[in-house]
Design a protein around this ligand. Sequence first.
Ligand SMILES: *Cc1c(COP(=O)(O)O)cnc(C)c1O
Length: 226
Amino acid sequence: MSTIKANIVNFKNQLPKHIKLVAVSKTHPIEMIKEAYSTGQKHFGENRVQELIAKQEELKDLDIKWHLIGHLQRNKVKYIASFVDLIHSVDSLKLLKEINKQAINNSRTINCLLQFHIASEDTKFGLNIDEATELLESEEFKKLTNVKIVGVMGMASFTENETQVRSEFLTLHEIFNQLKNSFFNTSKDFEEISMGMSNDWEIAINSGSTMIRVGSVIFGNRNCSL
Ligand SMILES: *Cc1c(COP(=O)(O)O)cnc(C)c1O
């Protein structure tokens, strides 16, 4: 068995059944994605639009569910709107309006997660709870017909300090509960907490994650720091 196949099979064996795995294939060639796919893995994540559309085009005969996990610029939404399965990185009403517009152009509904800033580093994108509340309460948001908010996403600080990472993940879980109670308590679609990567997925799962985004553990290290 190839290393990637073995990696992904071994990794999935460690996961509780209810956890969804997004295999993060950014920077890795399509041959590697095909190997992972051959084990039954269908959900793949990319963080750059350019790379995502190139890979989607080459692999369009496979039943892959593509996740956009990185920062998304409004002017690039149109390139992914026809096929993207889940956008993890919605951090403004303006972006959401553009996603809605492009979803309408493609006669579909696009599932989205609201990205929250939970890390101590200020380089990471995302909303805070006040901004999210304002977005969800706005009349403009209520008019959007072709986007569906299905949960939240966040990245913990890049640190060895597990206590800090756990506390950031618990913050995201608490934000999820608050939004669920205030805005989505009649919607069963609002159910995902996307948190946890190769180095912190166990803490994330213990803190309530439903969906982890894992690259290096499956595909090996990336050459560049993306
Ligand atoms: C790269 C990336 C991941 C996966 O990182 P690994 O450490 O390789 O598991 C997860 N989420 C986002 C947003 C990423 O950019």
